[in-house]
Each structure stands twice: as C-alpha cells, then as structure tokens.
Design a protein around this ligand. Structure first.
Ligand SMILES: Cc1ncc(COP(=O)(O)O)c(C=O)c1O
Length: 396
C-alpha cells in the first residue's frame, strides 16, 4: 500500500496523555498508583452548570448550532472577558470550538503557511510543538531558564525573530511551569511583536487560576495595536472543572475570526449544543465556584512546593498560577535508584512509576529535559501520599 501522509505519521503521542494512560492501566490492574500526570481538576463540574445541560437536553437543544457557536455563548464569553480581563470584544469576534486544544490548532491553521516559523518559549505545553508541525510550520524554541523563573524575555524573543517568523505562541499562566508574566514583562514582549510584525497566539486557559492575590493581565490588554494581532484562546475546562465538556473559545479581529469559523464549518462543524448551553451557565452564573477551586489549588501548591523543597536532591520554584510544579531532578542524574540508573528525567519518571508507584511526567516532551512535572490537581490526601512515596523513592 502507498505510504501514509508524512506530516501525520510524524506526529508523536502527547507525553502527558501517555503517562496518564499508563497510570490508569496500572490502577485498572489493581496496582495502587497515584497519578500526578493529568492536567485536569479533580473537582466535579458545579451543579448549576450540570443543571443547565439537563435543561438543554429536556428542551431539545440537541441540534447543530452555527459552526462557530451560539450567539448566547459568544455573548457570555464577551461578558466574562470584559469583567475578568477588561477586554472588549464583540460576538462577531468570538469563535467557539471543541476545547482550547482545538482552538490552538485552528489559530495556527488561520495564520501559518508551510515553512513559516512559530516561536515557542520552552518549557512549553507538549501539544504546541506537534501542532506547529501538523500545520507545516517550523517550531523555533526559545528556552526560558529556571533561574529566570521560566520566563522568556523580550530580548530573547527579539533575537529569535527572522523574516520567516509568523507568530509567537504564549501560554500565560503556563503549563508546565505555572509561570505567570508580570504586566511589564508581558507588555515588553507584546511591543516586540508589534515592532517586528508577528502575530500572537495567547493561550490563557489558566487565567482564572492565579495565586497570592495577583492580578492577571491578558496580552490583548496592551492597546489596539497588540489586540489586532492577537488570537486569544480560553475555555471552560480548567476554571470550571469542565474538561470533558470540550468547549474552548478564540477571540480575535473579525477578519481572523471569519477565517477560523470557515475552517470549522468544514471540519468539525459546531461544538456540542449541550456543552455550549452548560458553558453559558458557567460563564454567566456565580463565579464563586472558581474562587473556591482556586483557593484549594493554592493550598495544594503551598504544600507540594514545601515538601519538594524539603527533600534532598530535588527542588522546585514556587509557581504563581495553573496547577503544576516543575521539579528539578538534575542532581538525580547519574544516580542508581532502586537498582535503576537514572540518566534522564524519562528514566527518573519511569523508575518513580515502577518503584514508587507515582506517575509524574518527564520534562523531555515539554522541552525541559532535567525536570519532572507534577500536576497538583489531585486531592490533598493523594498529594501527601505521593510526596511520602517520592521521599522514600529518593532514598534509593
Ligand atoms: C496550556 C493548555 N492549553 C489548552 C489545554 C486544553 O484545554 P481544553 O480542555 O479546553 O482543550 C490544556 C490542557 O491541558 C493546556 O494545558
């Protein structure tokens, strides 16, 4: 038979999903594994959101909607963005799709021609790299060091831009590092994008999860010249514990929104009508649930950061957002733990899973080879147990 498509065949499985699947399989086999791999809240979707979905089913809101989403949901997105981020968008500038992950792909589809370069600050969310390649783009990785708080500077960005650069993918707050840019740092980055004429794809899916009373600044808030070249990505998955509902949204200029809507109308068609109705309730309803979940995440962050930094030979910086920590395992390289030689963070994570019965994700897929990512979107009990197991495991 003839060969499969080259681009599709080169796509790698998401390393976060791979480790999560392995941990779930071990659990299904009766092994007591604690999973720190998945990027999804352990909370249930709040009741008032589920009730809205029930109502939608009962009222037969079960048909196709416009491909780019319902007017009600677009209006709810505009309202939430205005109240939470001070951003003014019209419904005609909003495109609803089946999750923020899909939004990133659609944004890249709208901007990137084969051979265009897309700048990716590392550590990055695993899927960005693959998606840039999936649209025929060339990822250009700019490494943000742990010593710089995992933040790419405006100078680093400027140095990476070439005549072929089309866009920058920003992820703020960041998965996997939990880093949050300050207003000043972000504005300096945005100015470079305007001066050098590149687009910004800004994935702000974790904007509702920022700690220590910090205020979140969206990159689109730095003036019309930044906003017109920005495709903002957001969604309900993380803030409202709605990962399975598959609703994300894109906000952009009307021109870009139209291109993205056309693309959707010929690929996925509309997202689930029921999930859209539930998302309207999430965005328009009381935001108290977001606050409660944020407080729980903050407590967990404080605990896990304290425990990791109290252990010999591993460390992490204190992240300001999202629900991840990046544990530095550099000092573990070259060691033998439980009879296994540790030469990389992949070896470390594999040995930790086998002998410590704890699943955390090696940093290789995130462009951070000496780190292991822990998601603290798991119960406090599990975090405590997992940290005890890590402590034992490190003793070798
Ligand atoms: C940075 C980032 N963007 C997007 C997503 C996916 O969000 P959604 O569930 O809306 O597709 C994730 C999920 O892990 C993420 O970490």
């Amino acid at each position: 038979m003839k060969e499969l498509a080259q681009i599709a065949s080169a796509v790698q499985v998401s390393s976060t999903m791979a480790i999560d699947a392995l941990a779930k399989q071990m659990k299904a086999d009766g092994i007591d594994v604690i999973g720190f791999g998945a990027g999804e809240p352990d909370f249930n979707t709040p009741d008032h959101i589920k009730a809205a979905a029930d109502r939608a089913i009962a009222e037969n809101v079960t048909r196709y909607t416009p491909a780019s989403g319902t007017v009600a949901l677009k209006e709810a997105v505009c309202k939430r963005m205005r109240e939470d981020c001070g951003l003014d968008y019209k419904p005609s500038q909003v495109v609803i799709s089946s999750g923020a992950k899909h939004c990133v792909y659609i944004a890249l589809r709208a901007l990137v021609n084969p051979g265009d370069e897309v700048i990716l600050p590392a550590p990055f969310w695993v899927s960005y790299l693959e998606m840039v390649r999936m649209v025929g783009g060339v990822p250009v990785v700019v490494t943000a060091q742990e010593s710089a708080g995992f933040k790419m500077t405006a100078e680093q960005l400027a140095a990476a831009i070439t005549p072929k650069t089309k866009a920058l993918i920003l992820n703020n707050p960041c998965n996997p590092t939990g880093m949050v840019y300050s207003k000043e740092e972000l504005e300096a980055i945005a100015r470079v994008c305007v001066e050098r004429d590149i687009y910004i794809i800004s994935d702000e899916i974790y904007y509702g999860l920022v700690y220590d009373g910090r205020e979140f600044a969206s990159v689109a808030s730095f003036g019309a010249d930044v906003k017109e070249r920005t495709i903002l990505i957001n969604g309900v998955s993380k803030s409202y514990a709605m990962t399975g509902w598959r609703i994300g949204y894109l906000l952009s200029s009307e021109k870009i929104a139209k291109v993205m809507a056309n693309y959707l109308s010929n690929s996925t068609g509309s997202p689930s009508s029921i999930s859209q109705a539930a998302s309207v309730a999430a965005l328009n309803g009381s935001q108290h649930c977001v606050k409660e979940m944020r407080q729980s995440f903050e407590e967990r962050r404080n605990y896990i950061v304290g425990r990791v930094n109290a252990m010999e030979g591993v460390s992490c910086i204190k992240p300001e957002g999202a629900f991840y920590i990046m544990m530095n395992v550099e000092k573990q390289l070259g060691r033998t733990i439980c009879g296994e030689t540790i030469n990389s963070s992949d070896d470390f994570a594999a040995a930790l899973l086998r002998h410590g019965l704890v699943a955390a994700v090696p940093g290789t897929g995130f462009g951070a080879p000496n780190f292991v990512r822990w998601s603290y979107a798991v119960s406090m009990d599990s975090i405590k147990k997992g940290m005890d197991r890590l402590e034992e495991f490190l003793k070798g």
